[in-house]
Ligand binder design. Structure first.
Ligand code: DC
Length: 219
């Protein structure tokens, strides 16, 4: 049986940290699907295009090379905003769907060459649209203020200038776009474990996820 773990939720809720720990613990191949949208958005912007231009955005999504996902520039806030815009274009979502499903079905081997025990995908619509049959679905969330605080701290630690009020506004703008779009909006699957990390640290979120997964006796 090919095991798939789907992790969804808004930006800076703690998905990435949780995903990394579960990836290592269960020996899974992980796909951060946000990178697909970030790479698409960045490709549009670097070509001088408008990320809301459906035709250009879809063409860039179709031309995406997985090797482009390793570019560290994709972590920037500019890339995040461009990603959020292209991700509302239905043609972009359709273009990226096959790649994500193929990854879930045939997860690539681990870094040491050994076979993966399954796939872990994190994003916004994995449990609802990309992998509705995933055996494990987690929906990780936290209040916008807490998420903005975490993001602000992270920017400061990276030596980047940031203003908290601006980070919070950007976060709310992105939330509204990701949840309000008609094509596959950010939403929790009905069978997902909801983890609100507002009052939880990374260890507590990981422990709750492990309990939920272990109870399913998949591994
Ligand atoms: O997870 P992230 O911050 O890297 O995602 C960047 C943007 O990409 C996010 O604002 C919405 C979009 N996205 C999406 O629409 N669907 C996904 N499965 C993952 C990301």
């Amino acid at each position: 049986m090919n095991i798939v773990i789907a992790i969804d939720g808004p930006a800076a809720a703690g998905k990435g940290t949780l995903a990394k720990r579960l990836e290592a613990h269960f020996k899974l191949s992980k796909l951060d699907t946000g990178l697909l949208y970030r790479a698409t958005g960045s490709k549009v912007v670097s070509g001088g295009g408008d990320p809301q231009d459906a035709q250009i955005a879809e063409a860039c999504a179709r031309a995406l090379d997985p090797a482009e996902l390793d570019n560290p520039d994709l972590r920037s806030d500019e890339a995040a905003q461009a990603a959020s815009k292209v991700s509302a274009v239905p043609g972009v979502r359709a273009a990226l769907l096959d790649f994500q499903r193929e990854f879930a079905k045939n997860p690539p081997p681990l870094a040491d060459g050994s076979p993966a025990q399954g796939a872990l995908l994190d994003g916004r619509d994995i449990g609802t649209t990309v992998c509705p049959d995933a055996q494990v679905k987690l929906f990780v969330t936290a209040s916008p203020e807490i998420r903005a605080k975490r993001r602000f701290k992270e920017l400061q630690e990276r030596g980047l200038e940031a203003i908290y009020a601006r980070v919070l506004d950007d976060m709310k703008e992105r939330d509204a776009r990701d949840s309000g779009r008609s094509a596959s909006p950010l939403a929790a699957a009905s069978d997902a474990l909801q983890l609100d990390t507002s009052e939880m640290d990374a260890d507590q979120a990981y422990a709750a996820a492990l309990d939920f997964i272990n109870a399913k006796k998949l591994f």
